[in-house]
Design a protein around this ligand. Structure first.
Ligand code: NI
Length: 177
C-alpha cells in the first residue's frame, strides 16, 4: 500500500470471509454505537411531590395533551434549560422575532431594514407579509448570543410605529436532548 498521495487501498476482493481490518472497524463502530445508546438511554428516577401539587399537575398536563407525567416533566426540564441558555446570555441560541407595523408610517420600514443590515451576523432570515392595506408582519430569525439577540430585538420592537413586537426565545437544540 502506498503511503503518499491520496491513493485509497481498495482492499482484497470480497471472497465471502470477512476482511480482518473490516472486523476491527466493525468493532469500533459497535462500541461507539454502544456508547451512544448508553448516553441516550432513559434513566428512571423517583420524584416525591406534595399530593395537592400532583392533583393540580395531572389535570393540567392532561389538558395540554401529554400522555404521561414523564413526557410533561421532560418538556418542563427542556424549557428550563432553554431559559438558562438565555439567562447566561453568551450561549449561541435562536430567537424568532415577530413585528407588526403600519408600513405607511414615514421611514419606519427603512429604519427596521437599517437595523437588520447593521446586524448581518445575527439575522438569519426575514419574512415580510402584507397583512392588509396598512399593516405588515415581519418575522425575523436571529441566531447568536442570547444577550445580543435581545438587544437587537428590543431595538427593532421599540422603533416608533411598531404596534407589536414579540421575541420567542428558543434554542439551536445542540445542547438539549
Ligand atoms: Ni408589507
Amino acid at each position: 500500500m502506498s503511503c503518499s498521495g491520496f491513493e485509497i487501498n481498495p482492499g482484497p476482493p470480497w471472497t465471502g470471509s470477512p476482511d480482518p481490518s473490516a472486523l476491527i472497524f466493525r468493532g469500533i463502530h459497535d462500541s461507539i454505537d454502544g456508547m451512544r445508546r448508553q448516553r441516550d438511554r432513559a434513566i428512571r428516577f423517583g420524584v416525591s411531590l406534595e399530593k395537592n401539587l400532583l392533583q393540580r399537575f395531572d389535570p393540567l398536563i392532561r389538558k395540554l395533551g401529554y400522555k404521561s407525567r414523564s413526557e410533561a416533566i421532560r418538556d418542563l426540564i427542556r424549557d428550563r434549560l432553554v431559559a438558562e441558555e438565555w439567562l447566561v446570555g453568551e450561549t449561541k441560541t435562536i430567537g424568532v422575532l415577530s413585528l407588526v407595523y403600519n408600513h405607511e408610517i414615514r421611514e419606519l420600514s427603512e429604519a427596521l431594514n437599517r437595523i437588520q443590515h447593521e446586524h448581518l451576523d445575527l439575522v438569519v432570515s426575514a419574512t415580510h407579509i402584507h397583512v392588509d392595506h396598512h399593516n405588515c408582519l415581519e418575522v425575523i430569525i436571529l441566531k447568536g448570543p442570547g444577550n445580543l439577540i435581545k438587544t437587537v430585538s428590543n431595538q427593532l420592537s421599540s422603533t416608533r410605529g411598531v404596534k407589536h413586537g414579540k421575541l420567542t426565545m428558543t434554542t439551536t437544540g445542540s445542547d438539549i436532548d
